[in-house]
Design a protein around this ligand. Structure first.
Ligand SMILES: *Cc1c(COP(=O)(O)O)cnc(C)c1O
Length: 830
């Protein structure tokens, strides 16, 4: 086929998918290796089948039951036909997913009298590797050559059963492995070894031919949702010639047994019929099997055959690989490190499937954090996968990670899907982009353009930090003042603006009433956040110091979700309002992965108010008071220092946290509660600068609320107008606000949460896109400064005993050299 044929086909898919895949509107789906998508016609056909027919539980005499049995037998046959498998030679066993099929094979081997030997290829999916735990002996083959050598050597294992397993296609990088191993093993000196082929990844975009049963694997597992998007079903295809392996399987269940005696005698008679009757424990997923029929029909109508899908996706993968490989930084360095197997070739469907796994490098050849890529992809509505990809052997060998490194990374807190993904200058995971039958060239081009837009550096730094003027001003006539103060009484919900003129208490852990409460999931106990529940922005708490209550209202689209318009809880922590602590011992809130004990309110009205508003079962919870001894989980930097002074713990340097608070996550010591520091300060002129850039690109300006700042510092309008000084805060070390001193702890790392419009709860692309282009350093995006209160040394002064700040207070920033000149501050600077 020449290129124009491919393009014609691609255009046809593009046209078809506009009506068949409405869920793709406005998004780019690049995770077909996770699951592909179902067509609208499939769901419609399935639902009309369900509505117009009466299906009963199979194996009884009723008409409804007979209809079910007949349909299922037809569908079994049809599925075998898809792989040219002769029903005389093969049987198909329906299972929940590919993993369940693998486990069924494992059961049979585990129940052999002498146990079994298990060999598996390095590229195996996690689910295939797990079988080794049931084996008496196991071996991981690190390369194809090792497999080939092993096939040729004499069998040493003796009488024990043996099973060799491998994936037909790696779910990590799409490499396709040789399909002739089963046949070669069967005709070699190792003819007694059984073979298990994991075809879950392969068959989503490739045919599999089981026509010749002598050459076919003994056991083949599939995930049908990876082929059709729906139903959620798997299949195990067994060669009849190898079915006897299952005879020793010990377990039986309803459906796989004829008669069971269990009172005075223990006896049972297993089913003796076909293999699937002996292996399908319990009621079959009958409706899913019906849906499979519709899935096969619709797939054939839309795509004709798996051969056709294979041609199309192979073409697209070639374009994707070429596009990513060609990207270069201005200085000529490559942008994408693609993890392609040396034995595979993009464009050749026998060695390579439509998956590209890679990592990105910056222009100095350093790695770009995948957490960063994920955040930007989320903003641009690109669906892809990052991390360990359920393929430990493939990932470790591609990334050059030794077992000790993986263990150490693990103990350093690195888990699938967290933020610190570059350790010892090596990435701990990768990015995977995978294509499916309904992918098009548009998706491919869009993704390559995305990488180009955000990750190709033209060698000119995106921002040059402005130089602050170093003049020291007296706070009374400062150019800067506090424009506004806000607190966020319920973590992740809307902010409350401190009324002008009201002195607001500053506590060691932050402004009074900030993040005092949170919402916790009733099932998991995890604290809810706007990232997952954007509607939290429409829950508006306010602090009523006159009535002494926290008032919570719903605004915007949430206003009509419940008949209760407002709930209140006392600001005082009345213990009678909380659920028995013993009862809720396990329901401690998990904030950013840390366990924090929070007390849950017992009122059903309060819980249902929040649960209705967000559509998730949750409770309101309160963090314990800081002063409550062991329950204390929030510490300011100053507290930490005092503790360290008192306990004699030496810390390197007087101020350990002059570096940016690490990755906006909960790793740095002073801020244990959550991913927030005690206080977050932003600058109006920086926000104005950011908004100018956003507007210049036609975007929507960001409001201060999206940054969840506590203190907004702005040029004093009463002061003679001067130049704004955006990002001067990058150099601030301390702030004097009114009569209080604060220390800057470092820049605040940002994620796509800043894109949630706090008035409508809708997601935008801005300001994250512009921030990423102008405020990205070392692959991290920063805006605003973490800040904490610095108590004066004289503990008896009323300023220390009841520190407060007020909207309008004068603000005086200190850079490091300014601080050295200040009698109070210079002691704090090394
Ligand atoms: C997806 C996948 C699996 C697991 O399939 P499940 O249906 O989730 O059990 C196993 N192996 C490979 C190669 C896969 O791609």
């Amino acid at each position: 086929m020449d290129e124009s044929t491919y393009i014609r086909y691609d255009n046809a898919i593009e046209e078809m998918r506009a009506h068949e895949y409405p869920m793709l509107q406005g998004t780019t789906y690049l995770d077909h290796a996770g699951t592909t998508l179902y067509a609208k016609s499939l769901i419609e056909r399935f639902s009309s089948d369900m509505i117009s027919n009466l299906y009963g539980n199979p194996h009884s005499a009723s008409n409804a039951s007979q209809l079910t049995t007949r349909r299922i037998e037809d569908i079994r046959l049809r599925l075998l036909g898809l792989f040219n498998a002769d029903p005389q030679e093969f049987d198909v066993v329906f299972v929940a997913n590919a993993t369940a099929g693998i486990k069924l094979v494992m059961d049979a081997f585990r129940d052999q009298e002498e146990g079994f030997w298990y060999g598996y290829h390095r590229d195996a999916h996690t689910s295939l590797i797990g079988v080794r735990e049931a084996a008496s002996e196991h071996q991981c083959f690190a390369s194809d050559a090792e497999v080939n050598n092993w096939i040729e050597r004499e069998d040493q294992v003796g009488g024990r059963a043996q099973l060799f397993a491998y994936p037909a296609q790696s779910n990590m990088n799409g490499r396709r492995l040789p399909l002739d191993w089963s046949q070669r093993i069967r005709t070699s000196k190792r003819r007694s070894v059984y073979t298990l082929l994991d075809a879950a990844a392969l068959v989503s975009t490739s045919p599999l031919n089981l026509e010749n049963s002598d050459e076919a694997p003994d056991f083949t597992v599939l995930s049908l949702y990876k082929m059709f998007g729906f139903p959620d079903l798997g299949a195990l295809i067994v060669r009849q010639a190898s079915a006897s392996m299952f005879e020793r399987r010990l377990y039986f269940g309803g459906g796989t047994v004829e008669m069971v005696v269990c009172l005075k005698e223990q006896w049972h008679a297993k089913k003796a019929g076909s293999l699937h009757e002996r292996l399908e424990d319990g009621t079959l997923p009958i409706h899913s099997i019906m849906a499979l029929d519709a899935a096969m029909s619709v797939h054939r109508e839309l795509y004709d055959s798996l051969e056709q899908v294979s041609k199309h996706t192979t073409f697209l993968a070639g374009q994707l690989y070429a596009g990513l490989s060609s990207l270069q930084h201005g200085n000529g360095e490559r942008v994408c490190q693609v993890y392609k197997d040396p034995a595979s070739t993009y464009g050749d469907s026998t060695t390579q499937g439509p998956i590209v796994a890679f990592n990105l490098r910056n222009e100095s050849s350093g790695w770009v954090s995948n957490a960063e890529v994920e955040k930007l992809a989320a903003v641009r509505n690109l669906q892809l996968r990052t991390g360990g990809l359920c393929n430990p052997g493939g990932v470790a060998s591609s990334l050059g990670l030794a077992p000790w490194e993986m263990r150490e990374n693990f103990s350093a807190g690195q888990r699938c899907g967290n933020d610190n993904d570059i350790i010892r200058a090596k990435p701990t995971g990768m990015i995977r982009v995978s294509l499916g039958a309904m992918s098009t060239l548009k998706d491919v081009n869009l993704f390559v353009a995305f990488v180009r837009e955000f990750f190709v550096q033209e060698s000119v730094p995106a921002v040059t930090l402005p130089i602050t003027n170093s003049e020291v001003e007296a706070p009374t006539q400062s150019r800067l003042h506090v424009e506004s103060l806000s607190v966020y009484p319920i973590k992740s919900c809307a902010g409350f603006s401190v009324p002008p003129g009201a002195p607001w208490e500053v506590r060691p852990e932050g402004l009074a009433w900030d993040r005092e409460w949170c919402l916790v999931h009733q099932g998991t106990g995890a604290a809810l956040s706007q990232k997952r529940y954007p509607k939290m922005a429409l829950i508006r708490p306010s602090i009523d110091l006159i009535e002494g209550v926290l008032r919570i209202n719903l605004v915007g689209a949430l206003r009509d979700t419940t008949t209760i318009q407002e709930v209140t809880v006392p600001l005082s922590a009345d213990p009678r309002l909380f659920l028995d602590e013993d009862l809720y011992k396990d329901a401690s809130a998990r904030v950013c992965g840390d366990n924090v004990s929070a007390k849950t309110y017992r009122s059903g009205k309060i819980s249902s108010f929040f649960s209705h508003a967000l559509g998730v079962a949750c409770h309101l919870a309160r963090f314990p008071a800081v002063s409550s001894g062991s329950g204390s989980t929030r510490h300011s930097k100053a507290h930490l220092q005092k503790y360290q002074k008192a306990s004699g713990t030496q810390i390197p340097g007087a101020f350990p946290v002059a570096v940016p608070i690490a990755p906006g996550v909960c790793v740095s010591k002073p801020i244990l509660l959550s991913n927030e520091s005690p206080i977050l300060t932003i600058s109006r002129s920086s926000l104005n600068r950011l908004n100018e850039l956003i507007k210049a690109d036609g975007g929507k300006a960001a409001q201060a609320e999206v940054f969840r700042a506590n203190i907004v510092v702005a040029e004093n309008p009463a002061y003679p107008p001067g130049l704004e000084d955006p990002y001067a805060e990058d150099d601030w070390r301390f702030l004097q606000i009114g009569q209080q001193y604060f220390e800057m702890l470092g820049a605040c790392r940002r994620c796509q949460m800043v894109c949630i419009d706090q008035q409508t709860a809708e997601k935008n692309q801005e300001p994250f896109v512009t921030l990423s282009k102008t405020r990205r350093f070392d692959g991290r995006v920063f805006f605003g400064e973490h800040t904490c209160h610095l108590p004066l040394e004289d503990a008896s002064s009323p300023l220390v005993q009841n520190p407060s700040i007020t909207v309008g207070d004068a603000v005086r920033p200190f850079r490091e050299d300014d601080a050295l000149q200040d009698s109070r501050l210079h002691a704090f600077v090394i």
